[in-house]
Write a protein that binds this ligand. Structure first.
Ligand code: ZN
Length: 154
C-alpha cells in the first residue's frame, strides 16, 4: 500500500499533544502510569490495571499484544547467546551443564524483562495516542496522521 500525501508522516512526539514519548517510555519501563508516572501499571506480574489509581488514566486502550515477548526475546537472545558462545569456546563444559546454566540465565532474564518491556511499549502507545489512548477513543495511526483524519473503522 502506498500513501501519497503532501503532509509529512510524523514519528515520535505528535505536535501539540503534550505527550512526551521519552517520558512515557521511561515511566512505562518503571512499570508506572505513562501519564503521571505515579500509579502502578500492573496488577501482579503483567496484568494491566483498568485505570491509574493516581491520575485516573484508563489503561483499557493498550494493545501491547505480542510485542513485549518479542522484544524480551530479542534483547535476551542478543545478550546471552554471545556470552554463551564465548563461554563454550574458552571453557567447553559438558553440553548438559551449558543447557542448565544458559536455560536458567535466560529464564531469569525473560522473567525480569517482560514486565519492563510491556510497560515501555504501553508508554509508547499512550504517547503516540495509539489504539484506545487517543482523545477520541479511536485508533490514530500513521495513515490517519498523513491524511489528517480519524480512523472510523477501529
Ligand atoms: Zn497516572
Amino acid at each position: 500500500m502506498t500513501i501519497k500525501t503532501d503532509k509529512p508522516i510524523i514519528f515520535g512526539n505528535k505536535p501539540g499533544t503534550g505527550r512526551s514519548v521519552k517520558t512515557a517510555f521511561f515511566h512505562g519501563l518503571k512499570k508506572k502510569c505513562p501519564q503521571c508516572g505515579k500509579g502502578k501499571l500492573f496488577n501482579g506480574y503483567t496484568k494491566v490495571k483498568e485505570a491509574c489509581a493516581s491520575c485516573g488514566l484508563d489503561y483499557s486502550g493498550q494493545q501491547a499484544d505480542d510485542a513485549p515477548p518479542y522484544f524480551t526475546m530479542l534483547i535476551t537472545g542478543h545478550l546471552v547467546i554471545p556470552i554463551a558462545l564465548e563461554f563454550k569456546r574458552h571453557l567447553d563444559p559438558p553440553l548438559g551443564l551449558q543447557f542448565l546454566i544458559w536455560g536458567i540465565v535466560m529464564a531469569v532474564m525473560i522473567w525480569l524483562l517482560l514486565p519492563i518491556t510491556k510497560g515501555g511499549l504501553i508508554g509508547i502507545q499512550w504517547a503516540n495516542k495509539m489504539h484506545g489512548f487517543s482523545d477520541t477513543g479511536k485508533d490514530e495511526t500513521i495513515y490517519d496522521l498523513a491524511n489528517n483524519q480519524t480512523n472510523e473503522t477501529t
